[in-house]
Design a protein around this ligand. Structure first.
Ligand SMILES: [Fe+2]
Ligand SMILES: [Fe+2]
Length: 270
């Protein structure tokens, strides 16, 4: 049994659906969909419906795009939007960050598969910056993010506060899970877990919207055998402190290449 991953398909009502046809069928394996899969609830529903028959188990974590409230297409905001997506995944038996973590029995032995949603808190910025200062610092270089307009944190007062709550809750759940059964983990999150990974040569200050220092130590803390992320649109494998970190997106537009990344065992691209 293998664990595959892909992120940032960005399927919309009139774009990207042909990319799904290029995803091969692996009926014995699991596939992690690592965020920015669709641009709306309907898009995600469509993708899950297409891919579920091709794999034994799908896993989904939200990207920032799935959490956008698009004028004219969505009404739900923030946590309510996230919960609606979680409910829809559950109807299709897709694992989400809200479900009990499952054990993946692969060639390398059993591991906890941990889908996560941690967002960002603007801490990938000059030390001591407030979120407002971090955004201003990015904008000085001409870099901005649509999240500032479309990703609402309701009912939290800010995306930073939502991130803090998500990190505290996730850390507690993983800790409790490992207490039950002390296995290594595979950590799956749309956002990179450390600033070291948030490297964007074309738009370096976009890292402001890429993660939080709160998760930097989690690979060590939770004995990660692998970490899977997306969001950067720069597919890559990096080894940090002996742990492979896979960015599993399709790459930069307008010419992304549809591929799956084999996370377990080892690493291949198909
Ligand atoms: Fe993306
Ligand atoms: Fe993203």
């Amino acid at each position: 049994m293998k664990l595959w991953a892909v992120s940032d398909l960005h399927v919309g009502p009139s774009k990207g659906r042909d990319r799904l046809a290029q995803i091969p069928s692996h009926p014995e394996d699991w596939l992690a969909l690592v965020g920015d899969i669709g641009e709306s609830q309907d898009d995600l529903r469509y993708v899950l419906g297409e891919l579920a028959p091709r794999f034994r188990q799908l896993i989904w974590v939200p990207g920032n795009h799935e959490l956008w409230t698009l004028p004219g297409r969505d009404t739900l905001r923030g946590e309510a939007k996230y919960q609606a997506l979680v409910d829809m995944c559950r109807e299709q038996r897709v694992l989400t960050p809200e479900d009990p973590y499952q054990v993946f029995e692969g060639e390398q032995g059993p591991l906890w598969v941990v889908p996560m949603f941690t967002l960002y808190d603007y801490s990938f910025s000059p030390p001591g910056s407030t979120p407002l200062e971090a955004v201003a610092w990015a904008r000085q270089a001409g870099v901005d993010a649509m999240d500032e307009v479309l990703l609402h944190p309701d009912p939290y007062p800010s995306r930073q506060q939502w991130c803090i709550e998500r990190c505290q809750r996730t850390e507690l759940r993983i800790t409790e899970t490992i207490k039950q059964h002390n296995l290594p983990t595979v950590l799956i999150n749309h956002f990179p877990l450390s600033e070291e990974l948030a490297v964007l040569p074309r738009v370096p200050r976009f890292k402001v919207w890429c993660g939080t220092h709160r998760t930097s130590d989690w690979p060590r803390q939770f004995r990660a055998a692998a970490v899977v992320f997306g969001h950067l649109h720069i597919p890559q494998k990096r080894i940090l402190n002996g742990v492979p970190h896979y960015e599993v997106s399709l790459g930069w537009w307008p010419n992304p290449r549809t591929k799956l990344h084999q996370v377990l065992p080892g690493h291949n691209i198909q």
